[in-house]
Ligand binder design. Structure first.
Ligand code: 0X9
Ligand code: ZN
Length: 302
């Protein structure tokens, strides 16, 4: 199954098939539509004990269209949690998981049909020659406050006319707001670079709780290192990578998730964003080991 990359249509069909196979444990919800009217769906996963209002772990992927390994990993996490409830009992006992495999549905389809390395959305901009906004610069916390985003629609890091002027970032925002009293762990899956990035991304100033964040990230990096030898760096986005405001991790952290990370998966292939399909299985398994370790830290502490 994890020997190929799937289209948005295929991924939605897979999500829609799950409630029947896992009644009481899997629920598909649609929070809105992409600009080109693709349904934006997510899956909630529980252990089926009927307890509602558990705290929430929210994972999204493919905010950037070309980062194909990220939605593959989201699907793998879904499969693990649903198909191995005994093994992952601790992760589901007091927590519900929400997984949104494809945020940027239009861009993602476009990378399958037209342009493999497209990053942004597909909504037209004020500039007739340039389509698309970087969703990870479009969130409404410190939007447009720095050098890491652009007001020029020609740029890959174009932030949009206004914060949340993209239906896809609105959907992520609405998911966060819907569960606002239950937020614990937000994780946005990207590629590439082997990073576990903690807030803030808009400034090099660290939040007061950076030690707690770092502890969770370190648990993930250590688990991966021990399992396969792959190195991940853990630290502040701005320090390890670059400054960039308007990203979802900062928005989620500010909205109340005590633990918020962007994870950059390994590069693959000639152009970094395309690991050969034969590597998908190994990569998603390796990365899940890290995410499971992070989630274990979270459920034991929060
Ligand atoms: O630039 C991004 O949006 C992310 N890297 S990527 O190569 N996948 O595009 C990193 C975002 C890190 N978070 C913040 N800067 N807030
Ligand atoms: Zn990205």
């Amino acid at each position: 199954v994890f020997g190929a990359f799937y289209t948005h249509t295929e991924i939605n069909a897979y999500l829609d098939s799950l409630p029947q196979r896992f009644p009481r444990r899997a629920l598909v919800k649609q929070f809105g539509w992409s600009y080109e009217r693709r349904p934006l769906k997510l899956l909630t996963i529980s252990n089926g004990d009927g307890r509602s209002n558990k705290p929430v772990i929210f994972i999204d992927a493919a905010m950037h269209a070309r980062e194909w390994i990220a939605p593959s990993l989201a699907l793998y996490i879904i499969q693990e949690l649903l198909e191995k409830p005994e093994e992952h009992a601790e992760l589901l006992k007091d927590y519900d998981w929400i997984i949104m495999p494809v945020v940027n549905a239009d861009g993602y389809e476009y990378t399958h049909t037209d342009s493999r390395y497209w990053r942004k959305t597909r909504k037209p901009t004020s500039d007739p020659n340039n389509t698309g906004t970087d969703l990870n610069r479009n969130f409404g916390y410190m939007w447009g406050q720095d050098d890491g985003s652009s007001s020029d629609p020609a740029e890959e890091i174009y932030r949009g006319e206004h914060a949340f002027d993209q239906p896809e970032s609105q959907v992520v925002r609405d998911v966060l707001l819907t569960y606002s009293d239950r937020l614990t762990f937000y994780l946005s899956l990207h590629s590439y670079g082997n990073y576990l990035l903690l807030p803030w991304g808009h400034t090099s100033e660290l939040p007061d709780t950076w030690r707690d964040l770092h502890e969770v990230g370190k648990a993930g990096a250590d688990a991966i290192k021990a399992a396969t030898g792959t190195d991940y760096s853990v630290g502040c986005s701005t320090t390890l990578l670059y400054e960039a405001a308007g990203a979802s991790d900062d928005y989620a952290f500010n909205a109340g998730f005590p633990i918020s990370f962007t994870m950059e998966l390994p590069a693959g292939g000639q152009n970094y964003f395309d690991p050969p399909p034969s590597d998908i299985d190994r990569l998603v398994k390796e990365t899940w080991i890290g995410i499971r370790a992070m989630a274990q830290k979270v459920v034991r502490k929060y």
